[in-house]
Design a protein around this ligand. Sequence first.
Ligand code: MG
Length: 336
Amino acid sequence: MNYKISLAHGSGGGKSRELIENIFKKYFSNPVLDRMDDAGVLKLNGKNLAFTTDSFVVKPIFFEGGDIGKLAVSGTVNDLAVMGAKPAALTAAFIIEEGFEIEKLERIIKSMKETADEAGVIIAAGDTKVVEKGSTDGIFINTSGIGVIPEEIKTGGAMAKSGDVIIVSGCIGNHGASIITSREDLGFKTFVRSDVSPLNGLIESMLEVVPEIHVMRDATRGGLATVLNEIAIQSEVKIEVLEEKIPIQEEVKGVCGLLGLDPLYLANEGRIAIFVKEEDTQKLLDVMREHKYGREASVIGNVVDNTKEPVVILKTAGSGGRILDMLSGEPLPRIC
Ligand code: MG
């Protein structure tokens, strides 16, 4: 690979995957990492531990519905929770630019504490580095997290099966649209509220009712379209989703229309895609809709077949359907 890193390599889409396959896995490859799930699962002293990390570089750091701190805690909690783990503790590492206001830092830390309390996790360790003015942009945060997966829970990106019903936990695209409308240079006067939220409470109540959920994945960078493709590849299946069943708020459609973006590729920070057996679908929907983060849970499609040529088809009312690819390029850098 005789070329340089571009913003697309950080998109969470096709280019990110290329970098992982060609560089990171070339050296780091091992059975835990190679599963390519939201968290690595380690067996230690007879217990299954989920372990994950994520860095946050969102711009702006304060946006409608959240901030970089709420994002940093929610993102890592959600990557543990979608593996079926009960998140226990996080680390928090800060890279801060010289001159950054202490008042802003305190707002971020307070927000992290409130989100951690809601999720029932502690910050167990931390680190701070300060770099010279101009060496970074304000503040970047990394969080790592650890949690225990109960013995009876088995879920993962490779477990989608023919006949599975696909659910999304709520309206998609809000986080991406929130960041866009919060960027001053774009001149939006009304703001979309981000969906950023810790989902471990919702997921715990789901697993209580349906312990056998085949796949759960938070639809973050690359959006719903990209995570459906990831799951299709991991599970070697063909997926069909119905466009009119995918819940999207009018204001999100409006923002996308103005900028020529597709809400299916916008980031979410509090939404999951779920693959479950057909007979469990209704009880799962019922319990989800009782939770504040699952009120708009909707069935959007299903797994139609096992295949060596994984594909996601978007069906529309008027037409047969088209292939829905994973995100290519990077339309919106620094979304999380
Ligand atoms: Mg994830």
